[in-house]
Ligand binder design. Structure first.
Ligand code: CAA
Length: 255
């Protein structure tokens, strides 16, 4: 079986990490396949939202430690790892992580690179790289701080504190926690609901919200306004307001 599987469900693309014997540890091949699958869905006009998941026991237990053991600084410097993560971040349609079980190290960084996280009650989030004499290298000191705040991020990265699903909810790392039998269904339902909405609005909203992490407020507000103006050039905007005034459901064209 390939280590990354894809399926489509109407307008939703599902990506499954599939290395159960290694708790879905992320080696270079797996990361490349995830990014390529996400880009392929992004380029498919029929797909409007992506769900990324693992299995009940593990979303991903981090970078592949076997691969790390064989790596050196030159290999790390020459690897295209950072570019791969940037390509994942450049995907324009929303990505929902459906997380159950271990979500550690690079796995937690991957989940945080998604736009929303639905967690099962059994999910455990952590940045345990310090136990290996390394440190987070793909957002675990940056995105984590923005999600859970400095104090908790410090404890997670410095002292390998794992968060339970409900702690992750309290600290705003995840959107909601559901029983383990339901986490994927919940994520797929959320994805399907977003996929029914005006596609160009969805893309612009994702872009504008992510801009809040990149730009100062004044620049972010300016960019938001420009994206807002642009939607006035779309047929969907005309359709949306007309449908409201005519008291009917809108029919989105993505134009
Ligand atoms: N890489 C490679 N193999 C891994 C792995 C990983 N990250 N995590 C688990 N495995 C393997 C184990 O070696 C084991 O293989 P064998 O059956 O051949 O022994 C198998 O998966 C099952 O794991 P365990 O027997 O350890 O399962 P457990 O339930 O007892 O423990 C666990 C689960 C606490 C998650 C434990 O496996 C663990 O601590 N894993 C490592 C977690 C970690 O340190 N992740 C960070 C990696 S570094 C990183 O991610 C860097 C970065 O930010 C870019």
């Amino acid at each position: 079986m390939p280590p990354v599987l894809t399926e489509t469900h109407d307008h939703v693309g599902l990506i499954r990490i599939n290395r159960p014997e290694r708790l879905n540890a992320l080696n270079s091949d797996v990361i490349r396949r995830i990014v390529e699958a996400a880009e392929a869905f992004d380029a498919d006009p029929d797909i409007r939202v992506i769900v990324l998941t693992g299995n009940e026991k593990a979303f991903a237990a981090g970078a592949d430690i076997q691969e790390l053991a064989e790596s050196d600084v030159v290999q790390q410097l020459l690897s295209d790892r950072l570019t791969l993560w940037q390509r994942f971040q450049a995907v324009k349609i929303p990505i929902i992580a459906a997380v159950s079980g271990w979500c550690l190290g690079g796995g937690n960084e991957l989940a945080m690179a998604c736009d929303m996280i639905i967690a099962s009650e059994t999910a455990r989030f952590g940045q345990p790289e310090i136990n290996l004499g390394i440190m987070p290298g793909a957002g675990g000191t940056q995105r984590l701080v923005r999600a859970v705040g400095k104090a908790v991020a410090m404890e997670m990265a410095l002292n390998s504190r794992f968060l339970t699903a409900y702690e992750a909810l309290d600290y705003h790392l995840v959107n909601r926690v559901v029983p383990v039998e339901l986490y994927l269904e919940e994520a797929m339902n959320l994805a399907a609901s977003i996929a029914r909405r005006a596609p160009l609005s969805v893309r612009h909203i994702k872009e504008a919200i992510n801009q809040a992490f990149e730009a100062p407020l004044s620049q972010g507000l300016l960019d938001e306004r420009r994206l807002f103006y642009l939607l006035f050039a779309t047929e969907d905007m005309r359709e949306g307001v007309r449908a409201f005034l005519e008291k009917r459901q809108p029919r989105w064209q993505g134009r």
